[in-house]
Ligand binder design. Structure first.
Ligand SMILES: Nc1nc2c(c(=O)[nH]1)N[C@H]1C(S)=C(S)[C@@H](COP(=O)(O)O)O[C@H]1N2
Ligand SMILES: [Mo]
Length: 535
């Protein structure tokens, strides 16, 4: 009864086939997102990460310093286009072969099969890869069936327009479903969600689960309350414990290591290789420290500098037991996202492995289940999702150094100007954060006449020192920022406000302005303020 339809009629000719294949490619990409969410099982993850590994340093540096966060979004878009293009190519081949053999099963079974195989090969997650196959499959199946729709409507469609429309419509529907499934997925990918979404950890005493492992609880309410009390709260000023901690990762998709399977190995030039499980660390006594992080690639007055209260275990005793014997006194830290950074052992010995942040477990985007914190150093050696500490026999470049950056050393001193407001008595109040790593901030000065004359700003009381498993706890936090504020009677018209900090060794922040690349920005922050526009 069914009239035979040659396959050449089931798929539109020429560009129509290209359109169907592309529609299947896009739907496959979104199908993968639907199954995996923004996690390593999403086909985009390995492709985008590989692009970031092989991209020349010059391209990455221009992207960071000129485009900022947009650069990374472009990389994601490019990776998405590559994947959709690859799927389209594979699907197009099955349509072509099917036509040759006049076998409709080749595209409607073979198409999804090759999309699945490519996804599984890229992500190494055969189960989740079915999402991509279903996405592409829906487009191919509906396109195949649309032939009967044509018969029903009784109109001829020699150019295959209806089938192209069917394919695109099916792709749009499958993509929409995939997108909403993937969004849902993202928020449940692991405890704490993705740090990039501003997810901060839960409150103290609120146990959470990573994989099926219960995370420790942290008794840090007093420290957080002290930070709250000391905070200057006006204008666009982040409190002393950041509300939204910035996020920088070389690849966009955060890994999701399972705490139950997570381990940290100590390898390389050691007397004895060691390995610690999450439970090994969780069962040790914790210390709780305020530590500020700053990214070497941020603009001088940028926002990639934040502070949190971290809970974890000191690193020194963990590595001592391995009897390290490094020829260069240097280590390479490696992570679950294939990130790696090398720096002096001396710096690592002062660090901690953090399991907690602000009283809860570390959010996924900030390195769950365990990250390294190295006091006073640029963010880049504070390795997230850490899996290995390797002692080296000679120095080697880390990821960012291979791209041309010098970010393994101590941070530069900076005083930022982020808040401007009007006081009740009509004066102008300016403020911001100042940070000089473990050197500490001794003084912040402000000029409201472009640097002619200077006055001292008020500083917040230093944050409390570490608590818990620390010998001789310092009275004040050794590696945390402070806020400064300064009120003045505004002069007539626009004027230049300049700020500069002096660190704890008495050294004034250098005036000379340099770009972030390669060693972090330097110079005094300066801002033109028009009293008429200050509320
Ligand atoms: N595993 C891993 N760790 C990493 C990175 C990364 O890409 N992968 N980025 C580093 C950089 S450049 C910075 S500035 C800090 C930022 O930490 P945050 O995202 O928690 O703010 O993490 C560092 N640790
Ligand atoms: Mo960074």
């Amino acid at each position: 009864m069914t009239e035979y339809t040659p396959l050449s009629d089931r798929y539109p000719p020429g560009f129509g086939t290209v359109a169907v294949a592309l529609a299947a490619g896009v739907a496959g990409l979104l199908g993968s997102f639907g199954a995996a969410g923004f996690a390593p099982g999403f086909v985009l993850a390995p492709v985008e990460s590989t692009l970031s590994q092989v991209m020349p340093g010059a391209v990455i540096t221009v992207a960071i310093t000129v485009l900022g966060d947009l650069g990374q979004k472009l990389n994601v878009a490019f990776a998405g286009a590559l994947v959709a293009g690859l799927y389209a190519l594979l699907v197009g081949l099955t349509i072509g072969i099917g036509r040759r053999l006049d076998q409709r099963l080749v595209p409607i079974v073979g198409g999804p099969a090759v999309v699945w195989a490519a996804t599984a090969a890229l992500t190494l997650r055969p189960g989740l890869s079915l999402g991509a196959a279903v996405g592409a499959g829906v487009v191919l199946w509906l396109t195949d069936l649309s032939r009967s729709g044509e018969r029903f409507v009784g109109r001829r469609d020699p150019g295959g327009r209806r089938r192209v429309v069917t394919a695109v419509g099916a792709a749009a529907a499958a993509s929409a479903v995939g997108y909403s499934l993937g969004r849902r997925n993202r928020s449940t990918a692991s405890a704490g969600g993705d740090g990039g979404e501003g997810a901060q950890s839960g409150s103290a005493g609120d146990p959470a689960i990573y994989g099926n492992v219960e995370t420790p609880t942290f008794d840090v309410d007093d420290q957080l309350a002290a930070a709250d009390e000391r905070t200057y709260d006006f204008g666009e000023m982040d409190p002393l414990v950041s509300e939204e901690f910035f996020n920088v990762s070389y690849s966009s998709v955060s890994p999701t290591p399972d705490a139950a399977e997570w381990s940290l190995s100590v390898t390389g030039e050691v007397g004895q290789e060691l390995s610690y499980s999450y439970a090994d660390l969780r069962d040790r006594e914790f210390e709780h420290r305020f530590v500020t992080l700053r990214c070497v690639g941020e603009p001088l007055n940028g926002h990639k500098m934040d502070n949190a209260l971290w809970s974890g275990v000191p690193i020194a005793p963990l590595i001592e037991d391995a009897e390290p014997d490094s020829g260069c006194d240097c280590v390479m830290l490696r992570a679950a996202d294939d990130y790696y950074e090398e720096f002096p052992l001396e710096a690592l010995e002062t660090g901690m492995l953090a399991l907690g942040m602000n009283g809860g477990p570390i959010p996924r985007g900030h390195g769950a289940p365990v990250r390294a914190l190295v006091p006073g150093h640029w963010g880049e050696i504070n390795v997230k999702w850490i899996t290995e500490i390797e002692f080296l026999d000679r120095e080697r470049d880390g990821y960012w150094e291979q791209k041309g950056w010098h970010g393994t050393g101590p941070v530069n001193t900076v005083a930022k100007l982020h808040a401007t407001t009007r006081t009740d008595d009509g004066r102008i109040l300016v403020g911001g954060h100042a940070y000089a790593g473990t050197r500490g901030i001794e003084r912040v000065e402000v000029s409201v006449d472009g640097g002619e004359t200077w006055a001292d700003a008020a500083l917040t009381e230093p944050l409390p020192g570490a608590t818990g498993a620390v010998e001789d706890p310092p009275e004040a936090a050794v590696d945390a920022w402070r806020q400064w504020k300064y009120a003045y009677d505004p002069p007539e018209g626009s004027h230049e406000v300049v700020v500069r900090a002096t660190d704890g060794t008495g050294e004034l922040q250098p005036e000379e302005e340099t770009n972030a690349f390669p060693s972090g920005p330097t110079g005094w922050v300066s801002k033109s303020i028009d009293p008429a526009s200050v509320q």
